[in-house]
Design a protein around this ligand. Structure first.
Ligand code: CDP
Ligand code: MG
Length: 139
């Protein structure tokens, strides 16, 4: 069964949206295979965002992602990688469609893109790579 990696970012946890996000996962019929609350470390985050570490905004992302615990996990289901991305909505909360997680919850009054509630792997390859980083025991 196809799997993907998700994270509820520090803003989602601090705003009490863990239940809302997990509800959407379960309502959609995806199976939770891993679920864990964790304070993330920089080395793993740099591996996770390997394509972003050289960007000027990475420092802000790293500071935000390590500012408080996240809830991370693995979900499984047919087409789950693309479906979960659809459920998240656009990266920039200002552009995320209503009905999506980011569109419904990530109103960013500051205009910042960084706090956008949740993460999802962007391809099958990314999903496998990210699951191996955060849950190495699953391989
Ligand atoms: O999370 P997603 O895959 O939609 O976007 P990404 O391009 O992989 O970027 C990862 C995260 O970095 C985003 O979710 C934002 O939190 C942040 N980001 C940002 O703050 N500014 C950007 N221009 C792009 C990404
Ligand atoms: Mg991404």
């Amino acid at each position: 069964m196809e799997k993907t990696f998700f994270m509820i970012k520090p803003d989602g946890v601090e705003r009490g949206l863990v239940g809302d996000v997990l509800k959407r996962i379960e309502r959609r019929g995806f199976r939770l295979e891993k679920l864990e609350m964790r304070q993330i470390d920089r080395a793993s985050l740099e591996k996770h965002y390997a394509d972003l570490v050289d960007r000027p905004f990475f420092l802000g992302i790293a500071e935000f992602m390590m500012s408080a615990p996240v809830v991370m996990g693995v979900i499984a289901g047919p087409g789950v990688v693309a479906s979960w991305r659809d459920m998240l909505g656009a990266t920039n909360p200002a552009e995320a469609a209503p009905g999506t997680i980011r569109g419904d919850f990530a109103t960013a009054p500051t205009g910042s893109i960084i706090p956008n509630i949740a993460h999802g792997s962007d391809s099958l390859e990314s999903a496998q790579r990210e699951i191996a980083i955060w849950f190495p025991e699953m391989n």
